[in-house]
Design a protein around this ligand. Sequence first.
Ligand code: CO
Length: 334
Amino acid sequence: MPLPCIDIHSHFFPKDAPSFATKFGEQSGPWVTLQDHGDGTGMMMLGDKPFRPVHDALWDAKARIKDLDANHVETQIICATPVMFAYDAPAGQAAYVASAYNDAALAMCADSGGRLRALAQVPLQDAALACKELTRAMRAGCVGVQIGNHVGPREMDDEGIVAFLQHCVDENAAVLVHPWDMLGGERLKRWMSAWTVAMPAETQFGIMAMILGGAFDRLPADLRICFAHGGGSFPYLLGRLENAWHRRDIVRGISLHPPSHYLNRFSVDSAVFDPRALRLLVDTMGADHIMVGSDAPFPLGEEHIGELVRNQPGLTEVHRRQVLTENARSFFRL
Ligand code: CO
């Protein structure tokens, strides 16, 4: 019998999402909608363009539980897909969208017999509105919040984002940082390069901003924050950043310590798809700072959730259990 796991990074989209185009006008958006093909498959649409092929585990708790049972996942944490964030919409619209999606996420969880838990989304472009929706969503039953790694040119050391993260500490909300709005422009159009090249870079940017921009120095150590996709390219490139920090003062920003000093301030998920990468992650971050994240139920997620960690050679059984369940239980207070 394979060891159970808790999957802390998965996505949902409500089948009956409200029509934001009707509410805010055809000039707004583009908004995400779902084309349900009626055979258990569908297409997420962004405006009138196909965005991603999906299946019913994305919106149907019963179908999702079947996947969880087949993969020995005891609890799964669901959150929005970053394309739903609306960070570039007017803040009032984004606040409305966030509360609608948060309620939909909690409705899906309510249908799951306790197997699904939700992370909220917030209108991060407006710190006051973001704090307000976080408070509301936590009281309604969310276990934390998912945010994108930047809002336009504002990185994670931005004053408003740091104020929001402080509010997460005050509200006891865990934070998952997901890469989005990828750098690279036209060059990303081939080979899904937004996923394979730019997403890991965005995540690295987020961690770097928190370190070099002094966000970790300003925020308390009990902030629970996790970066998706194994921290992107950050763990692999830590030595490069560390060397630069010591050799050039223009690298250091306002950080009080070299980058390696902050490794115990954040966690990462295990979505790296290769035992060599997971070994590097365990060596760099420590097994107590890694949790299973699958990116299910999307096509580029871990097909057999938790398999990489379950089969990882050289991992002690104590560390394996930490990564599979124990870290997530304490991180999300499950
Ligand atoms: Co994801």
